[in-house]
Design a protein around this ligand. Structure first.
Ligand SMILES: [Zn+2]
Length: 386
């Protein structure tokens, strides 16, 4: 679908090639009939709908955009999602958002309220398994949207992606692409003026004004050069522009432990939480006002359950991790959690094969300790004796 389908104010004809419909505006019924006769298209009515949302050059309201949110919620609800692990839900969110950025976000400028709503549906779903209840998130959404090297999960930030997609339209305008709507905007509004100096034409439609307004997001005195810097092989890359909009975070020292394909996704997610001290251990539950039995359920030490006890002060978990290290030929005294993570992060820098096995074992240990703890704490089931 061509973007020029948006511009109903263009006089003459617009064709939506995909559906072979023709959209006519600013012509008499007689001319209309002649064109339809000539071209054998069916006549489309404006505004037509794309994925349930009307295509329009006017500002979309919340109600018009709701079909997008409803489609997303429906996909989340139709899965037996309650039983998915965190990493399963993460995969589903990523695929739903990926579809969104591929289809919707490039065709519509979504109202900020809608991007917020989409984000909150995804956030609730990730942490609770349902689309409509709200609970405290273990990690802030902004953090999840960072690249993995910066400690995030590489989830698409819909708001920023949508802005980057609008920048692609601005780039087409600045690069004077040979399409009807661009030629039209140039001859009616720009009139050979400098794009950096001219004001947003107040008489233009809402969407055209928004494309001009996108210059502010770039924060530059040379719009074209900045947009060109986001190009790859002569084409504007929304991804590159998007990355430039994300907050710049330094790489985390432990990226080697959580990146790469050698760990099982569900192991990786729990490890990722633990490294950031965001596992919902008893000390964290208490901060949320949730009261549960304090004592560690994995050992008989009588110690309270904290992240530091569980990993690896606890006799149960330290025995597992120690034996796996020995099996790898590594004899060392286990240290406190942060130091253990640092030690492992160092190991990731040499001997690739050994590093891959180590991180697999590390994540598997943490995951299985956590699952055993949950079984004992919430279901009263122990797997130790078997
Ligand atoms: Zn313990």
């Amino acid at each position: 679908m061509e973007v020029f389908s948006h511009f109903s104010e263009v006089s003459g004809l617009q064709a939506n090639m995909e559906k072979s419909s023709i959209y006519l505006a600013g012509v008499t019924q007689e001319v209309k009939d002649q064109i339809v006769d000539e071209m054998h298209f069916t006549v489309g009515e404006l505004p037509f709908k794309y994925l349930g949302v009307p295509l329009s050059s006017k500002k979309l309201n919340i109600q018009q955009c709701m079909p997008l949110v409803e489609k997303m919620v429906a996909r989340i609800k139709c899965w037996t999602t309650k039983f998915l692990s965190y990493s399963g839900r993460l995969q589903l969110i990523k695929s739903v958002l990926f579809e969104m950025q591929t289809y919707w976000a490039q065709v519509f400028l979504l109202p900020k309220k809608i991007t917020k709503l989409i984000t909150s549906v995804c956030r609730n779903f990730l942490w609770t398994g349902t689309a409509d209840t709200s609970r405290r998130a273990l990690v802030a959404w902004e953090r999840l949207c960072l690249p993995e090297s910066a400690g995030g999960l590489n989830i698409i930030d819909v708001y920023q992606w949508n802005r980057a997609a609008i920048c692609k339209l601005l780039w087409a305008l600045a690069a004077k692409k040979d399409t009807l709507w661009i030629q039209w905007i140039h001859s009616f509004y720009i009139k050979k003026r400098n794009l950096d100096e001219m004001l947003t034409p107040p008489q233009a439609s809402w969407l055209v004004r928004k494309i001009f307004d996108a210059r502010e997001w770039l924060n530059t005195t040379n719009t074209f050069a900045t947009l060109q810097s986001h190009c790859h092989k002569g084409k504007f890359s929304i991804k590159r522009a998007y990355q430039s909009f994300l907050p710049q975070w330094p790489n985390v020292t432990w990226k080697g432990i959580t990146m790469g394909a050698s760990t099982v996704p569900r192991h990786k997610f729990i490890t990722w939480l633990a490294i950031q001290r965001r596992l919902a251990t008893v000390d964290m539950l208490e901060k949320w006002g949730i009261k549960v039995k304090k004592k560690c359920v994995l050992c008989t030490s009588g110690r309270d359950e904290t992240l530091d006890h569980l990993l690896f002060d606890c006799a149960y978990s330290s025995r597992i991790w120690n034996s796996l290290l020995r099996w790898m030929g590594i004899n060392r005294q286990l240290t406190k959690w942060e130091d253990e993570v640092n030690w492992l992060a160092q190991q990731m820098k040499h001997n690739r094969a050994r590093a891959e096995i180590l991180k697999f074992l590390f994540a598997a240990t943490i995951y299985n300790v956590w699952i055993e703890r949950n079984c004992r704490r919430f279901q009263g089931v122990s797997h130790e004796s078997s």
